[in-house]
Write a protein that binds this ligand. Sequence first.
Ligand code: ADP
Length: 552
Amino acid sequence: MLSTMQDVPLLISRILAHGQVIHGTSQVITWTGEGEPDRRSYAEIGARTAQLAHALREDLGVEGDERVATLMWNNAEHVEAYFAIPSMGAVLHTLNLRLPPEQLAWIVNHAADRVIIANGSLLPLLAPLLPHLKPVEHVVVSGPGDRSLLAGASVQVHEYEDLIAGKPTTYDWPELDERSAAAMCYTSGTTGDPKGVVYSHRSIYLHSMQVNMAQSMGLTDADLSLVVVPQFHVNAWGLPHATFMTGVNMLMPDRFLQPAPLAEMIETQKPTHAAAVPTIWQGLLAELHARPREVSSLTQVTIGGSACPPALMEAFDKLGMRVCHAWGMTETSPLGTIARPPAHVEADSEEELAYRLTQGRFPASVEARLTGPGGERLPWDGESAGELEVRGPWIAGAYYGGQGAEHLRPDDKFSEDGWLKTGDVGTISPDGFLTLTDRAKDVIKSGGEWISSVDLENALMAHPDVAEAAVVAVPDEKWGERPLATVVLKEGASTDFAALRSFLAEEGRIAKWQLPERWTIIESVPKTSVGKFDKKVLRRQYADGQLDVTQI
Ligand code: ADP
């Protein structure tokens, strides 16, 4: 028997229509670096979104599911692109501006982007790349920046504001299939070549509802969210879509992502929520310690993208900013788990902190299972560690294979029965809390046992002299692999590896057999394009003999 319910497709244009009318007075505030920030209401954004869609269709000839790329910071125009491109049926392709230029070119060619909307401040990156971007015919430039860099380019160049000026402020959005492509994002390539993940209207719609749930970010139109996580990194964790459902105001940092302007944004604009990877928060914390600011408005901070070190969470707690830890991937839209402790746990207790430090609980639409090294299913007992596999309506089931018949590319990341193999290793407690111990490829395999590089890093970063620490596996004749501790010292601290090693052993922090013998001081931990520790680089530096290693 069929249901008697209406079958209304879950489309991005519906999220837009809702936000611009029901939450028409909510705002996107974009930091400009000097003077007052730019404030734009959702109603204005809705009107300009329609104008952009008209311009793309009528002036640039964007048809069907063509890809329109963005090379942009977080700002109001990027939000307009977020809604205009998918709502008209085309596919938004957000380009990660921190990728090495060759990878960026590879991605643009692979996705066959015909149009790029770029911030003027990013033309120094885009201009030299253009000769290598074969499918690109149009570049639309928005915001300050030197246009002369595009002189002589073999593409048509347009000014964003000129292009949309005078266009109708409404658009008859097409009734699309909710399963069709809305947006695409390539993985940042921490573990190999970038792979294209294509989100559908339906997956984005459902994911946005989850982001808004009280047990996820749970924000309302009384909130102002500082969206530091880039719009080119997994759709800024779904925030721009989710906020248009609930009217949450957004504070967009544009290119001002350094600790000092972020601290100023918090002090002057008074966001209630912020979202970013741990490295951003480490920097902000140092800034706030060096130059204290009034930041008491910011009471909720979502951290994800890599594990949140306990020391960081505790430091933020002291400042009155409550950290909520979350786990996800480009392939999971990204919300996979979020760490809100269960109601029975006493507030501010050690048990509560332990729950908050896990990667969190799976929401209803994300199914999870753990697979052991021999392919066996492992129990959710909080102890058995295996590879995490997930399934759900906003989880990728294939990668984008490029245009043509082989549109979707299977990959060994997907199990035969259709689950995503995350490459993350961890345990799940009986009440569904995930604790990641490592990435499958970063775990240190020592004498048939596993040592978690993340545990060692967290323990090291709890030492008062340590600013940052990354631990990688290095070959060892006797044990196969052993940990190498690479440490960034705080200003003024001096090197004492023996003391650091004893600190790790104290209070049972780390088991004796797991303690590193190899130590080195580095100036900073190399980071990937999205601010994660780039252990590939450290392993290579070690192999090439570039690190000054002390053995103790
Ligand atoms: P890439 O795989 O290229 O680094 P993603 O941004 O998709 O790009 O990264 C997803 C990965 O980031 C996850 O598989 C996991 O290893 C790591 N990650 C994300 N959030 C967390 C977290 N809260 N704790 C630990 N690791 C995390």
